[in-house]
Ligand binder design. Structure first.
Ligand SMILES: NC(=O)c1ccc[n+]([C@@H]2O[C@H](COP(=O)([O-])OP(=O)(O)OC[C@H]3O[C@@H](n4cnc5c(N)ncnc54)[C@H](O)[C@@H]3O)[C@@H](O)[C@H]2O)c1
Length: 288
């Protein structure tokens, strides 16, 4: 915590999807560390409520899907608030159901928010961070799902693998361009953290012929069940800020739980084992 306060205290943090769940936890902890927090979300009411809770923070209604709006946000923050020390591309949504049952609009929603949203954040803020010539951090939210394969959540899993790859490539690009001393790019891989993501997740269209609604909804129920034992977002935020301040690249809310999924993925690829059905990976806090 001391290291995190020294590293981030006094700086400006811009957090997308800040009005709920992990984003709100990161915002609360950033505020506790002495950061000025810009709360970016599409949920105006929830963002305003959090602004009232965190004196000195700023709420902005902005959709990460809109590249122009994200560029305007960056311009406004640099003009009115100051140089950004920490950008967290956190906004993300879930989707349940067989891939062949997935409405095209729901596929696009996941890709536009989870993947393009991260790209828009990087595109809007990174050049300004580089130009400011002060140390800055970019965190992108991948997931334990970024190193796992899970049926009935395919669009989400695809998006989280994509964010992990984007973040790894971005880290190399920052180094290649000679900015590694100033800009830290880091990937956040939460395991199971209490949030609204499963409630607001897309599903399948019950009116479409042959659609398996029960499969989609039973996967949602299984995920909601995991949430019952999940980590508190404030606790998750503390862990992530501490790991970031220590310079790790992979920031894991539950190092044992997420780390075991990473090791399993590495072994599957090494041994070329085909994907295998398994019961849902259950998070048991007693084990971690
Ligand atoms: N909760 C978990 O256990 C978990 C695990 C792994 C990864 N993650 C990742 O963490 C991130 C945050 O998820 P969460 O679980 O806190 O979800 P959440 O649903 O609780 O919060 C997401 C926030 O993003 C906002 N949002 C949605 N669409 C937006 C858009 N287009 N523009 C701006 N804001 C938008 C929502 O209004 C909400 O406030 C996501 O990227 C998610 O994939 C979460």
């Amino acid at each position: 915590m001391t290291r995190a306060r020294e590293t981030f205290g006094g700086g400006v943090a811009v957090i997308t999807g800040a009005a709920a769940g992990i984003g709100a936890g990161l915002a609360r902890h950033a505020h506790r560390l002495g950061m000025t927090v810009v709360l970016v979300d599409v949920d105006a009411q929830a963002a305003a409520a959090l602004r009232d809770e965190l004196p000195g923070s700023i709420d902005v209604v902005c959709d990460v899907r809109d590249a122009d709006a994200m560029a305007a946000l960056a311009e406004r923050v640099y003009r009115d608030v100051g140089s950004v020390r920490l950008l967290v591309n956190n906004a993300g949504v879930e989707q349940f159901g067989y891939l062949w049952d997935t409405p095209v609009a729901n596929w696009n929603r996941v890709m536009d928010i989870n993947v393009s949203g991260v790209f828009h954040g990087v595109r809007a803020f990174l050049p300004r961070m580089i130009a400011a010539q002060t140390r800055a951090w970019v965190w992108n939210l991948s997931s334990i799902g970024g190193v796992a394969v899970v049926p009935l959540q395919t669009p989400y899993i695809v998006s989280k693998h994509a964010v992990l790859a984007l973040t790894e490539c971005l880290r190399l690009e920052v180094e290649l361009a000679g900015h590694a001393d100033l800009i830290q790019v880091q990937a956040v891989l939460p395991g199971a953290v209490k949030s609204n993501i499963f409630e607001t997740a897309g599903g399948v269209d019950p009116a479409a012929d042959g659609t398996d609604v029960a499969a989609a909804e039973s996967q949602r129920a299984a995920m909601l069940d995991i949430k019952a034992d999940a980590m508190d977002p404030i606790e998750a935020a503390e862990v992530v800020f501490d790991q970031a301040a220590d310079g790790a690249f992979y920031l894991l809310t539950q190092p044992d739980y997420v780390g075991s999924a990473m090791a399993e993925r590495a072994e599957v690829l090494r041994s070329r084992t085909p994907p295998q059905l398994r019961t849902t990976r259950r998070f048991d806090p007693a084990e971690h």
